[in-house]
Structure formats: structure tokens, C-alpha cells
Design a protein around this ligand. Sequence first.
Ligand SMILES: NC(=O)c1ccc[n+]([C@@H]2O[C@H](COP(=O)([O-])OP(=O)(O)OC[C@H]3O[C@@H](n4cnc5c(N)ncnc54)[C@H](OP(=O)(O)O)[C@@H]3O)[C@@H](O)[C@H]2O)c1
Length: 327
Amino acid sequence: MKAWLVHDWCTPDDMQWADLPLPQPGPGQVRVKVAAAALNFLDTLMIGGRYQERPPLPFAPGVELSGTVDAVGGDTDLALGERVCGLVSYGAFAEYACVDAADLSRVPAAVDLPTAAALPVVYGTAHHALLERGRLEPGQTLLVLAAAGGVGLATVQLGKALGLNVLAAAGGADKCALARQHGAAQAFDSTAPDWVEQVKAATGGRGVDAVLDPVGGDYTAAALRLLAVGGRLLIVGFAAGAIPQIPANRLLLKELSAVGVVWGPWRRQNRTAAAAQMASLFELWQKNAIAPLVSQRRPLREAPAAIADLGARRTTGKILLIPGADQ
Ligand SMILES: NC(=O)c1ccc[n+]([C@@H]2O[C@H](COP(=O)([O-])OP(=O)(O)OC[C@H]3O[C@@H](n4cnc5c(N)ncnc54)[C@H](OP(=O)(O)O)[C@@H]3O)[C@@H](O)[C@H]2O)c1
């Protein structure tokens, strides 16, 4: 089979397009014939050895996929031919991948199989942030930073579906328009020097009940300024690279909470709740209350260019890599 390989920590351009033997599933695993692999921000880090988990070299990157079960390793109730989507530690940027059955969800017949690869990470994270960690209630106001990105756009959609008043901040007019199309009541261009004042004014000076922050850096200080008394900062990631320091006096003065959100480990430690989360997300999708935005479907062969685009903030929503599309 064809797969992308990282032989040594590198940039996307230095990955190698390799021929590998078909992987064999172990106990509790199935082999998935990949319909689509979805890109995630962590791919940009893992390839360079800058992610917290470093796979043994050489490895095929990619952590999120959909496809059909092609071989079964035993100790699982998944059967040959079933349609699935889910997570692997690495190895999704390939034509086939062996996956722990516990990390897969069945894809309903009405859902497009490649698009299902775009669901688990960003909507799972959004759900975990807004409900399990943020405990947001209908009618509350949420500000989503980097609102046109993968996690951001999923959170805008899910926030709207949950009855929140969603405000969005994103870099540029096009990204703001996209956030509005996907459910934001108002969107603010975060490249404008006065965007924080604009958001504050839009809330009548009160501020927002929660901020979803996948960016970090200077955005986190802005988020603290924009929170209303008793508000929650939902810390999701540091796409800007810099890990912000949070001044404790800011938390004290407005009785704010800074809340960490990390979906992957939560999912592994709470299998039943995580399965219920995926079921509820598929249900919302089938009611059109959420709809993953796939802004690009590219042949698997184009993974290096696609990953570079994601790292340079040139992408919106989710990007899919399709095996066999160029062969
Ligand atoms: N905690 C969790 O469980 C969890 C789960 C999934 C992802 N994450 C993290 O969440 C973050 C976002 O992931 P994603 O998949 O949504 O990524 P994404 O689609 O690439 O979106 C990231 C966005 O961040 C903004 N950004 C600001 N400064 C940036 C910079 N210097 N470089 C790149 N982007 C910058 C950009 O939006 P603008 O142009 O609009 O500013 C960009 O589109 C990542 O840090 C990821 O690791 C965390």
C-alpha cells in the first residue's frame, strides 16, 4: 500500500511517499481501508517531533480517518465491510490503517463516509469544551477565537445548535463571513487593531460568558479582558505557538475560571460518555444542526502541501486527504 512516511523529524516537504506491506490488525483491532484522512493542527507538530507524543521512527503521520473495515483482528464486534470513523495514534495518511476498535464509531448510512473523517476531533473537542468542561447553558454568550479553523468552526456550529449566542473572531473578512454563515450572530476581524473593543461594545460592555481559545499567545489576554464577571476561559490549544501566562489577579477580580480542555485523554478514560458524545453528534448532523465543513478534498499524494497550508493558517474548516484519488 501507499503511505507517507516520516523517517526523521522533518518538515512536511521531507516526508517520503512509500510502498509498505499491508498492516495486520492485532487483537482488539481492525484494518480500515481509508476513505479519507482528515488533517489536524497536531500533524504539523508531530511530523517535526514537536508534539507531546513522538511515535517511533519511521512512522506514517495522520490521526483521524474514515473508511470500511477490511480485516478483523479478533476481540471486537466490528464486522468486515462496516463503515467507521475515528482516531489512531498515527498512521492515517495511508491507504490502510490498523485501528483499535474502541477508537472507532460506526458511521450512519445517511452520512457521507469521507466527510465523517472530519467529525471526531473537532466536534468531540467542541462538545467536551462547551458541555462537559464549560457547562454552558442556552442563552449564554460564547466568543469563539480562530472561528473559521477546524475546532473554531465546529464550536460555532455546535454552540448555535445548543442555543448559545455565538460571537466569532477570525483573521480577515472572508473567515468572518464563513463564521457567520455557520451560525455566529456576529463576527469580528481579529486582524483589526480595535477588535477587542468592538466585541466588548457588541456585548453592551458586559463581556461574554465564555471564550473558546484554541490560539493562545496574545489572544488569551484579549479573552480575559472580554469575559464577563464569573466567565470561563476554555483553553483548547496554542496554535499561535506561544503558551500564555494567566495573571491570577485577573481571575480574582472578575471571579473568572480558566478551564483546561483536552478531549483525547478524556475520551480514552470515559469510553461510555465518549461513545454517547459521538452518537449525539451524528444525531445533530443528521438533523442538519451541525454539518462539517470540508473546504478541500485533496489526493493523499498532496499531503505535504495540504499540511503546509494548514500550518500557515491558509485553511478553513477541515481538509481531507483521499487515497487513490490520483492513481
Ligand atoms: N485540547 C484539545 O482537545 C484539542 C483538540 C483539537 C485541537 N486542539 C488544538 O486547537 C488548536 C486549533 O486546532 P485546529 O485544528 O482548529 O487548527 P486550524 O484549523 O489550523 O485553526 C487554527 C487557527 O488558529 C489561528 N492562528 C492564530 N495564530 C496562528 C499561528 N501563528 N499559526 C497558525 N494558526 C494561527 C488561525 O486562525 P485565524 O487566521 O482566524 O487567526 C488558524 O486558522 C491547535 O493548537 C490544536 O492543537 C486541541
